[in-house]
Design a protein around this ligand. Structure first.
Ligand SMILES: [Zn+2]
Length: 150
């Protein structure tokens, strides 16, 4: 049986987004083994309705939070799915605009931080990582199998 993880602030409580905070969230695609679980799928509608910009991507596995282009939290804690008191995960906080800028550039947030709609069907596309390093990242619409290179 899956444990029921709590969510940071609760996906049905999007106070940050209501306060005018620009929240961009990179989340694994539905076919990811954890995202395919019932508890994860149950959280998704609230998250999508919260006002946060949600980008589905298999590009990254690191757990990173960047706040105001200055504070970086990085570590092993899934900030959206953990049960307080039952995890041994950690996050380290670092302050510095240069480090935050370098990390955002490395993650290519300027390129993939705004979801792109599929020209064929209009659905929001996912960011995918090519198996070939030379091909790199691309936008992908799973229903259409439409691919757009970054
Ligand atoms: Zn499509």
């Amino acid at each position: 049986m899956d444990r029921q993880p709590s969510t940071l602030g609760g996906t049905d409580d999007p106070r940050g987004c209501r306060a005018g905070v620009d929240v961009r969230l990179f989340l694994r695609p539905d076919e990811d083994r954890n995202m395919a679980r019932e508890w994860a799928q149950r959280q998704l509608p609230g998250l999508l309705a919260s006002g946060a910009t949600v980008i589905r991507s298999d590009q990254e596995h690191r757990k990173i939070v960047v706040i105001d282009d200055e504070v970086v939290l990085i570590g092993s804690l899934n900030s959206l799915s953990n049960t307080p008191g039952t995890t041994r995960e950690i996050m380290i906080a670092m302050e510095g605009r240069a480090f935050a800028a370098r990390l955002l550039a490395e993650l290519r947030v300027a390129e993939i931080g705004t979801p792109r709609a599929c020209r064929a069907c209009g659905r929001t596309m996912d960011v995918r990582r090519s198996r070939s390093k030379a091909a790199g990242l691309f936008w992908h619409c799973r229903p259409c199998n439409n691919r757009v290179a970054l």
